[in-house]
Design a protein around this ligand. Structure first.
Ligand SMILES: Cc1cc2nc3c(=O)[nH]c(=O)nc-3n(C[C@H](O)[C@H](O)[C@H](O)COP(=O)(O)OP(=O)(O)OC[C@H]3O[C@@H](n4cnc5c(N)ncnc54)[C@H](O)[C@@H]3O)c2cc1C
Length: 562
C-alpha cells in the first residue's frame, strides 16, 4: 500500500564529495530539553558537539511547557508513589527499567538546574524552598514550576544559557536536518551523521554519534497544542534510516485547550484543574464526577474522552472550565500567562466560563531506545519526544516528559560521548544517492497538509474505528504516491523546500500512526477503539515495533507481571 514511501531512503539526491562537509564527535538534532541536556552531558564528557535546530532555538515544545516538572523532592513523597502513578497512567505498557531510571535520577537533574540558575517558584520552609503543585494522575503535590505557568521557558532558557557557556558546543539555528546518513560498507548499517541545510547550503555533517532530539508530532493534527516545528521530522528520518519505532498508535490528547474561533489552540495547563477548576457543559452542569471517581483530576485520556462525549450529548462545539470560585487576583498570580491570554479575548475568569476543547498534545510513540537512549541503528540515539523509552507506556502522566528529557538526555549525551571517544569511525566521504525524476502530477502541498491534519483529527484522534482507520490509510497511501516521489531541492526552491520535506515526513508518520492504530484491536491508555472498547491484556499486553518497510508490526510482549 505504501510502496512510494518504502522506496525513499533519502528525501534528496546527493553526492557527498561535491558538498561542504563538517565533522563532529556528537551531532545533536534538536534544541529542546532533551537535545540541550544531551549536548551538555556530551560536552562535559570531553567531546565536540554540534547542535542543530530547525527554527530559532527558543521555538520548541519545551519552550511552551506550562505546568511543570514532576520530581520526588520531599520527604513525605516517595519514588514508589511516583512510580505507581506513572505505571497506573501507563496502563500496563510502561517499561519498569525506564520508569525507575527517570524517577530516581530525575530529582538530581531538577536540583542541578537550580545550580545552573533556574528560578523555580519558591515557598520558604518547603524542601529546597520550592513550591510544589498537584496535577491529574499524581497522588502527591510534586510538580515544580516557574513563574506560575512559564516553566518551559525558564527551563529552556536555563539550559540554553548553560549550553552557550560550554565551549565545545556549537549551535546552528535555522538549520534543517533532512535525513540521517547511514552506511555499513557492506556490513550492518550504522548512523554516520546527517544531511542538513545550514546557512542556506546543503551540507554533510559526519558524526561519530548522532542524538535525535527532534521533538513531537502535534502538527499532524488539525487541533494541536504544539508549535509549528512539531512535524515529526525525527520519527520519519529514523524510519527511513531503518531504526525501529515503537508504540506509534499512542498519541496523547490534552483535554483543555482554549476554544475561541480563529485563535490558535493555546493549552490551559492541567495545574488549573489541580488548583480546583471544574469542567462544566453548556448548561452549567459539572459532568466529570459521572465519568471518573477522580473527576477533573482523572488521567488525561479519560478527561478528553469525557469531554468529547459531553460535547456529543449536549450537541455543542465545546465545554467550559469554571474557575469563578477562585479569587481573580489569586488566579492571575498563579497563572500569569494564561490570565494574559484570556485578557486578549476579553474573558474575565472571575466572572466568565473559559471555552475549551481537547487537542493533540504529546507523541508517546517514537524511536525505540534502550536505557542509555541507544536506538536499534548503531551510532544513533534518540531522546525526548522523538524517542520511546517506555516511561509513558500507553499514557503519559502530566509533567513527566520534561523530566524524561532531562534524565535520558543526560544518559544519552554521556554514553554517546564515551562511545565517540573509544571507537574510530570510518566516514564514506564519497557516498552518493540518486533519485529518479517524478513522472506524476504535483499536488498542492498546502492543500495536502491541511487535508491530512483534518483527516488525522477526524479518524485517528481521540476515538478511532477499524473502518475509518483503513480508509485513512488508503487516503494517505494515495497522497504519498504524489508527494513522496518528488524531490524538493534547496538549490531551486530555497526555503520553500522545507515545506516539502515536512509534508513528506508528516505523511510518513501519519502512515505509521494510522497503521499501528489499525493493528491494535483493543483500547488502552490514549488509544481508544470504538469497535474494541475494552482493554485486552490476554492478547494485547505488548508493544508494536515498526521498521521500514511498513508492512506488519513486530510484536514485543511485556514480560513483567501487571
Ligand atoms: C503547550 C505545551 C505544554 C506542555 N507542558 C508540559 C509540562 O508542563 N510538563 C511536561 O513535562 N511536559 C509538557 N509538555 C510536553 C513537553 O514540553 C515536551 O514533551 C518536551 O518539551 C519535548 O522536548 P524535546 O526536547 O523532545 O522536543 P522539543 O522541545 O519540541 O524540541 C525539538 C527540537 O528539535 C528541533 N527539530 C525538529 N525537527 C528538526 C529538523 N528536521 N532539523 C533540525 N532540528 C529539528 C526543533 O527545532 C527543536 O529545537 C508540554 C507541551 C506543550 C506543547
Amino acid at each position: 500500500m505504501f510502496e512510494t514511501l518504502h522506496q525513499r531512503r533519502y528525501l534528496i539526491p546527493f553526492n557527498a564529495a561535491r558538498l561542504p562537509q563538517q565533522f563532529t564527535d556528537v551531532l545533536v538534532i534538536g534544541g529542546g530539553v532533551a537535545g540541550l541536556r544531551s549536548a551538555i552531558a556530551a560536552a562535559d564528557a570531553g567531546v565536540d558537539v554540534l547542535l542543530l535546530t530547525k527554527d530559532t532555538i527558543g521555538e520548541s515544545n519545551t519552550w511552551y511547557a506550562q505546568g511543570g516538572i514532576a520530581a520526588v523532592l520531599q520527604p513525605l513523597d516517595s519514588y514508589q508513589s511516583h512510580v505507581d502513578d506513572t505505571e497506573k497512567a501507563g496502563a500496563g505498557l510502561c517499561d519498569d527499567e525506564a520508569v525507575n531510571i527517570v524517577i530516581k535520577e530525575g530529582p538530581e537533574r531538577v536540583l542541578e538546574l537550580l545550580t545552573w540558575g533556574a528560578k523555580f517558584d519558591k515557598k520558604e520552609g518547603n524542601p529546597h524552598d520550592l513550591a510544589f503543585t498537584m496535577e491529574g494522575g499524581h497522588s502527591f503535590a510534586r510538580i515544580v514550576h516557574a513563574f506560575g505557568d512559564a516553566t518551559g521557558k525558564e527551563l529552556a532558557q536555563t539550559l540554553i544559557n548553560t549550553v552557550r557557556g560550554r565551549e565545545r558546543i556549537r549551535i546552528s539555528e535555522k538549520s534543517f536536518a533532512i535525513d540521517l546518513i547511514s552506511d555499513g560498507g557492506g556490513e550492518r548499517d550504522r548512523c554516520l551523521g546527517a544531511i542538513a541545510v545550514i546557512d542556506g547550503q546543503t551540507q554533510i555533517i559526519w558524526a561519530k554519534r548522532t542524538i535525535l532530539a527532534s521533538g513531537g508530532a502535534g502538527q499532524l493534527y488539525r487541533e494541536s497544542t504544539n508549535p509549528k516545528i512539531a512535524t515529526a521530522d525525527g520519527h520519519a528520518m529514523a524510519f527511513r534510516a531503518g531504526a525501529t519505532l515503537r508504540d506509534m498508535e499512542m498519541v496523547q490528547f490534552h483535554p483543555t485547550t482554549l476554544y475561541v474561533a480563529g485563535a490558535s489552540r493555546a493549552l490551559i495547563t492541567e495545574a488549573v484543574r489541580g488548583e480546583g477548576a471544574l469542567l462544566v457543559d453548556r448548561h452549567g452542569h459539572r459532568f466529570m464526577p459521572a465519568y471518573h471517581e477522580s473527576a477533573e483530576l482523572a488521567p488525561r485520556d479519560v478527561v478528553s474522552r469525557a469531554i468529547i462525549e459531553q460535547i456529543r450529548k449536549t450537541h455543542f462545539t465545546h465545554v467550559y472550565l469554571d474557575v469563578r470560585h477562585l479569587p481573580g487576583g489569586q488566579f492571575r498570580e498563579r497563572f500569569p500567562q494564561l490570565a494574559k491570554l484570556l485578557d486578549e479575548f476579553d474573558i474575565d475568569s472571575s466572572k466568565d466560563l473559559i471555552p475549551i476543547h481537547p487537542a493533540a498534545h504529546y507523541m508517546i510513540g517514537g524511536v525505540d531506545v534502550d536505557p542509555m537512549g541507544r536506538s536499534s541503528l548503531a551510532g544513533l540515539y534518540a531522546v525526548g519526544e522523538a524517542s520511546c523509552s517506555g516511561l509513558h507506556g500507553a499514557n503519559r502522566l502530566g509533567s513527566n516528559s520534561l523530566l524524561e528529557g532531562l534524565a535520558f538526555g543526560a544518559r544519552a549525551g554521556l554514553d554517546a560521548a564515551q562511545a565517540a571517544q573509544s571507537e574510530a569511525v570510518h566516514f564514506p566521504l564519497k557516498l552518493e544517492h540518486k533519485i529518479p525524476a517524478s513522472t506524476k502530477t504535483e499536488l498542492d502541498i498546502t492543500d495536502v497538509k491541511s487535508s491530512l491534519r483534518s483527516l488525522m483529527w477526524r479518524n485517528v484522534g481521540i476515538e478511532r474505528a477499524g473502518a475509518h482507520l483503513e480508509e485513512t490509510r488508503e487516503i494517505i497511501a494515495f497522497w504519498t504516491r504524489y508527494v513522496m516521489d518528488k524531490t524538493f531541492l534547496p538549490a531551486t526552491l530555497g526555503e520553500a523546500a522545507t515545506a516539502g520535506w515536512e509534508i513528506q515526513n508528516m505523511l510518513t508518520v501519519c502512515a505509521l500512526i494510522s497503521t499501528a492504530a489499525h493493528a491494535r484491536t483493543e483500547s488502552r491508555g490514549v488509544h481508544f477503539r470504538t469497535d474494541y472498547p475494552r482493554r485486552d491484556d490476554a492478547h494485547w499486553r505488548m508493544h508494536l515495533l515498526w521498521q521500514r518497510p511498513l508492512e506488519t508490526p513486530i510484536p514485543q510482549p511485556i514480560a513483567a507481571p501487571l
